[in-house]
Design a protein around this ligand. Structure first.
Ligand code: 13P
Ligand code: ZN
Length: 269
């Protein structure tokens, strides 16, 4: 018995998470248990689900998140591998619901897999998005090799310097990651400080932010689109690195070429 039985719409969303988990492993971005995904599944909750008993004690989120009242999420399990989740999402992740105090959650299905250690960042960002009236329902954290490498240089950590370079490598980068790449200075993984800093940078109008010397955190309407934003950025970083390994600094598209793109595609920046 699974919570996904006879719930094709919910299953379709979890299947997308499994699909993306497979891509993360194939790309080499998900060593061991690296990375995590959460999706807001509240819109799929029915009366039977509301009546389901918890299968864990209440557990603290680490923050009080008022906009998450009554919300439900699917979360990757902590220490679980993306390559395992790709095969069996309900054994490597769980469905949780936020308790009325908005400070604790409980696991509801299928088995009591403890959610990712980065839950404070994921849930704080979902709370921020709901408060803003955003249609975004998915968040992903992963360790893309070339993007993380960029954050080891102070130059690329400066505001919008990496964004500009990445956008200028290939027109699609700006078209499909139109808000660019925000930068969050190094903070302890899984900390509430990291969650707060992530929100501050996302609030500066980014869908994708780097956690310095660690990984990327991205949001979008669904998990496929969140993954795609990271994928186009990392592709651009790979093009930059390829040019550098051929012995030269790539010219990049000009400012005028990029402005024209924004005009023609109606991009926000
Ligand atoms: P979890 O296994 O707890 O999801 O952690 C992986 C990770 O990438 C932490 O930043
Ligand atoms: Zn990580």
């Amino acid at each position: 018995m699974s919570i996904l039985d006879n719930r094709p719409a919910l299953k379709a969303e979890i299947d997308k998470v499994a699909e993306v988990a497979g891509y993360l492993w194939q790309k080499g971005w998900a060593e061991r248990n690296g990375g995590n995904i959460t999706i807001n599944i509240t819109e799929f909750v029915d009366d039977q689900m509301l009546a389901m008993p918890a299968i864990s004690e209440p557990r603290p989120i680490g923050k009080v998140l008022p906009s998450l009242k009554g919300c439900w999420f699917y979360c990757k399990g902590t220490q679980k591998r993306m390559r395992d989740l790709a095969r069996d999402p309900m054994a490597n992740g769980s469905v949780i619901r936020i308790l009325p105090d908005c400070a604790n959650y409980e696991i509801v299905a299928d088995v009591p897999v403890i959610p990712t250690s980065e839950l404070p960042s994921h849930l704080a960002v979902h709370d921020y998005l709901l408060a803003k009236g955003s249609p975004y329902r998915a968040s992903i954290h992963t360790h893309p090799i070339e993007l993380v490498a960029l954050t080891h240089s102070r130059k690329w950590m400066e505001k919008d310097v990496a964004s500009r370079m990445l956008w200028s490598m290939i027109p699609e980068t700006k078209a499909f990651c139109p808000r660019g790449l925000g930068m969050v200075p190094y903070m302890m993984p899984s900390s509430v400080e990291l969650a707060d800093a992530t929100i501050r940078v996302i609030d500066g109008d980014y869908d994708v932010v780097m956690w310095e010397k660690h990984g990327v955190f991205a949001v979008d309407t669904n998990i496929i689109d969140a993954f795609d934003q990271v994928d186009v950025l990392n592709k651009a970083a790979q093009i930059y690195i390829s040019a550098r390994s051929m012995g030269y600094e790539p010219d990049g598209m000009t400012d005028a070429q990029m402005q024209r793109l924004s005009y023609v595609f109606g991009l926000p920046k």
